[in-house]
Ligand binder design. Structure first.
Ligand code: ATP
Length: 367
């Protein structure tokens, strides 16, 4: 079994900076788990504590059944892949991959078998005699992965392994890492600040901010049911739009009022707001760009909002309209066939089944 348990893990650096706060997580065997969050949120620190490269200030870390807080990195049965690959420049690809096994005095024939098997998985059989400088970025990345694979660790730790690759190669390597996870059937813990990597590869995502875990869930749950404004804004591109306003009840209808607009809420959502005592409260409404529709695609009973198109970005398969709703940025993602002019006033509606309401004080999602 190669699950991990992080029990109230904290990291306080010697200068007093509290980088990771009460990190609780059960990672199951064979999960591809992603730590994602903005720069400085504590993802790498957490990974480095798991690797044993950073001391744990308090809390318990188990790999399988074993408490490993005081176990040396080399005895933790994990392999770490860094963003700079850390390949030995004077060694061939074969020797780079074999190095760790040679150090462990694994018999030569076994090393050969393992290196060749890993090279095959990664499609780098033809590169084994080359030196790192004769390789492309993507190939080097594969060698770094190969070096980890040959060790057959229980857990792979990866810290932004794709960040040095160009955009196209990153997309390709994302798919390859997902395939690799399926082939290897081991636990992978992967750190990134890139929400697309998190969404596309993770079986579960851990969203972090300021050293605190914000939400742990599978990608679809994170996207559809973000637990607070931070997660809602961090996951999704273009990001979710937010509107400050108030909830009212008028003639039995629950409405969201912002500026001079009133948006009627469907009954199920109205009930949740009543139950949560949000009537007459200030809240924040969140709506994803794809859940904003042009009038012709709205239901008859929808509430329409008139707004001006400020900027139009035509991407071919879709168009982003920046709308003037008196907030910093409000983007609708529409079909390219809907093509209003700049400065044109258009009527839109929100897909009310897909909207989110957040408590203004706690910033937690009510739904
Ligand atoms: P990035 O994506 O930029 O790598 P991260 O989420 O991985 O960010 P960490 O590297 O874990 O962030 O750092 C978390 C916080 O701890 C940051 O504010 C960082 O400045 C701080 N930090 C990291 N190392 C030390 C250290 N040795 N001493 C003091 N503070 C540190």
């Amino acid at each position: 079994m190669s699950g991990l348990t992080l029990n109230k893990i904290n990291k306080i650096y010697p200068n007093g900076f509290h980088a990771v706060k009460d990190f609780d997580l059960e990672i199951e065997d064979k999960e591809f788990i992603i730590f994602v969050g903005p720069s400085g949120c504590g993802k790498s620190t957490t990974l480095r504590m798991i690797a044993g490269l950073e001391e744990i200030s308090s809390g318990e870390l188990y790999i399988g059944e074993n408490l490993v807080n005081n176990v040396a990195p080399k005895d933790r049965d994990i392999a770490m892949v860094f963003q700079n690959y850390a390949l030995y420049p004077h060694m061939t690809v074969y020797d780079n991959m074999a190095f760790g096994l040679k150090m462990r005095k694994v018999p030569k024939a076994d090393i050969k078998e393992k290196v060749e098997a890993a090279a095959k998985i990664l499609g780098i059989e033809d590169l084994l005699k080359r030196k790192p400088k004769q390789l492309s970025g993507g190939q080097r990345q594969r060698v770094a992965l190969g070096r980890a694979i040959v060790r057959e660790p229980k857990v792979f730790l990866m810290d932004e392994p794709l960040s040095n690759l160009d955009a196209k190669l990153r997309v390709q390597m994302r798919a390859e890492l997902s395939k690799l996870h399926q082939k290897l059937k081991t636990t992978i813990i992967y750190v990134t600040h890139d929400q697309t990597e998190a969404m596309t590869m993770g079986t579960r995502i851990v969203v972090m901010n300021d050293g605190i875990v914000q939400q742990v869930a599978d990608p679809q749950t994170i996207y559809n049911y973000p637990s607070n404004i931070f997660v809602a804004g961090f996951i999704g591109s273009p990001q979710m739009n937010f509107l400050d306003g108030e909830i009212y009840e008028e003639d039995g209808e629950v409405v969201f009022k912002f500026k001079n607009n009133l948006v009627k809420l469907p009954k199920d959502k109205a009930d949740i707001l009543r139950q949560n005592k949000q009537i007459n409260k200030e809240v924040i409404l969140g709506v994803r760009p794809e859940n904003i529709k042009n009038k012709s695609d709205c239901d008859q009973q929808s509430t329409f909002i008139s707004t001006k198109v400020e900027v139009k970005e035509q991407l071919g398969s879709e168009t982003y309209l920046y709308l003037d709703l008196d907030v910093k940025k409000f983007i609708a993602r529409v079909k390219p066939t809907f093509n209003p002019e700049i400065d044109e006033t258009i009527d839109i509606c929100f897909d009310m089944d897909k909207i989110h309401i957040f408590d203004k004080e706690t910033e937690n999602a009510i739904f």
